[in-house]
Design a protein around this ligand. Structure first.
Ligand code: TMP
Length: 202
């Protein structure tokens, strides 16, 4: 495992991504790989400010998409591309697939507009995208247990159902880089799958 890799984690809200991100980071570190761990929206000082707005302020759907890609442009320029160029692994909690799932699937922004934005920022594709998939009921129960819900988490169940379908459609469209993980199972089973996937990442 020498070549730098770009790994992204995706899933609907309440899919348990954060727990798996921590496990994956520790798994890499145990193999003497010290990844750059980052997130979207965010990952840079400006991106984190945009994140605060995106998660809280009501805005037009296109504004939302543009700000997601604006944050991503900074993220690519300041974090992702320099790290990969320096031979570091990058693990990002969400990336462009989230825009296709949330702004595209969830909010109904036409896919060609998202593709234009992706093209415009010269977006690179991850080497591996781990999609943590859970049935809506699991995600809803996890969100109900959270204290404070952001603007996306507050959306109705049908929004999250569309986001999930859009993620699964992306996984079907790009099978070479996507791995879909049934994240409704117990944690040991999920970690077993993750280890197998990671070992297969030559
Ligand atoms: P998080 O809760 O996983 O940190 O993500 C923040 C929220 O931002 C989450 O509800 C998904 C949403 N999001 C989008 O709508 N579009 C995007 O492009 C990204 C990266 C995140």
């Amino acid at each position: 495992m020498s070549n730098a890799r770009f790994i992204t984690l995706e899933g609907i809200d309440g899919a348990g991504k954060s727990t798996h991100l921590a496990w994956l980071t520790a798994w890499l570190q145990a193999r003497r790989i010290d990844p750059v761990v980052t997130r979207e929206p965010g990952g840079t000082p400006l991106g984190e400010q945009l994140r605060a707005l995106l998660l809280k302020e009501p805005m037009h759907l296109e504004t939302e998409a543009l700000l997601m890609f604006a944050a991503r442009r900074e993220h690519l320029e300041r974090v992702i591309q320099p790290a990969l160029a320096a031979g570091r692994w990058v693990v990002s909690d969400r990336f462009t697939d989230a825009s296709f799932a949330y702004q595209g699937g969830g909010r109904g922004l036409p896919q060609d507009k998202l593709e234009q934005l992706e093209h415009w920022i010269g977006g690179i594709q991850p080497d591996l995208t781990l999609l943590f998939d859970v049935p809506l009921a699991v995600s809803q129960a996890r969100m109900a247990a959270s204290r404070e819900l952001d603007r996306f988490e507050q959306e109705q169940a049908d929004f999250h159902a569309r986001v999930r379908s859009a993620y699964l459609a992306r996984a079907a469209a790009y099978p070479a880089r996507f791995r879909v993980i049934d994240a409704s199972r117990d944690i040991a089973a999920i970690q077993h799958d993750l280890a197998t996937i990671m070992e297969g990442l030559a």
